[in-house]
Design a protein around this ligand. Structure first.
Ligand SMILES: Nc1ncnc2c1ncn2[C@@H]1O[C@H](COP(=O)(O)OP(=O)(O)OP(=O)(O)O)[C@@H](O)[C@H]1O
Length: 267
């Protein structure tokens, strides 16, 4: 059977062993994302959004959590792959953009050397070719002084700049899927807008599918094609973005939307 989805998650369960008792963190969730589409994942704090991202990235088994179910990327089952293969898939086929981009970089190497190293790990580019591509890509994401950015250490750049470096890496590697977990939460509104624009470019120009986690329903309304709503480790509603905002089916979704309206009035 051939899959038309970039990402297809079926019956994904995560359980934690707590003093001999096995407690569910994710309760058999299903998700799909089509090529070039953005799936927004929303839900209150602790509902399981980050666990979902980590489970898709195959990062949980080694943390002593029990994981079951199926995760397919362009039809290929990721759950049974050896670590070496998964490490190559992370970066090359699945890019990540996280809330705190500082964690994605090693503090003691320049941003340029880490960018070049990442490109060379996943391609056959020479050092010079990789440097040229990295600089061009930094300019493409709107960083006006690529040479300075390349020479900087991570702590010398702002969060918004580092987020855009992460996006620039994805633009070079053109992964099938980017997982963006609260990518704009730590940014001011100008940087937020720039990062969202670049994420949008990633999907329109490169056909990248994006799993976008955000507690900000304004960001979701602007970016997502479909939305999945999580509550206590379950997907309670998965709908087209317009249907979700116009005709929410689940009480919990209605509550999230009302909380947003209240937040706007209070602001
Ligand atoms: N390694 C772990 N072991 C045990 N429980 C965990 C582990 N990681 C997360 N949890 C629990 O799983 C639940 C879901 O956490 P998760 O971080 O996915 O929530 P979230 O929806 O991303 O929240 P937030 O919006 O605050 O980031 C929480 O109750 C959390 O305490």
């Amino acid at each position: 059977m051939t899959s038309t989805h970039t990402l297809e998650v079926r019956g994904l369960q995560v359980r934690v062993n707590d003093g001999g008792k096995s407690l569910p963190l994710l309760k058999a969730i299903d998700l799909t994302i089509e090529k070039g589409q953005v799936l927004g994942l929303v839900g209150e704090s602790g509902s399981g959004k980050s666990i979902t991202c980590s489970a898709i990235l195959q990062l949980l088994n080694r943390r002593g959590l029990e994981v079951e179910g199926s995760v397919r990327l362009n039809g290929r089952q990721l759950t049974k792959l050896p670590n070496r293969e998964i490490r190559m898939i992370r970066g090359r086929e699945i890019g990540t953009i996280m809330q705190n981009p500082m964690n994605a970089f090693t503090p003691v190497y320049t941003v340029g050397s880490q960018f070049v190293e990442t490109l060379r790990t996943h391609s056959k580019l020479s050092k010079m070719q990789a440097r040229a591509q990295a600089a061009a890509s930094l300019a493409e994401v709107g960083l006006s002084e690529p040479a300075r950015v390349m020479k900087s250490y991570p702590h010398q750049l702002s969060g918004g700049m580092l987020q855009r470096v992460m996006i620039a890496i994805s633009m070079c590697l053109q992964p099938a899927l980017v997982i963006a977990d609260e990518p704009t939460t730590a940014l001011d509104s100008v940087n937020q807008l720039q990062v969202l624009r670049q994420l949008d470019k990633l999907r329109t120009e490169y056909g990248t599918s994006i799993l976008l986690v955000s507690h900000d329903l304004g960001v979701i309304a602007r970016m997502a094609d479909t939305v999945a709503v999580m509550k206590a480790g379950e997907i309670v509603e998965h709908a087209d973005v317009h249907d979700l905002f116009d005709r929410p089916q689940h009480d919990y979704t209605r509550m999230l939307l009302q909380a947003r309206l209240r937040g706007r009035k209070d602001a």
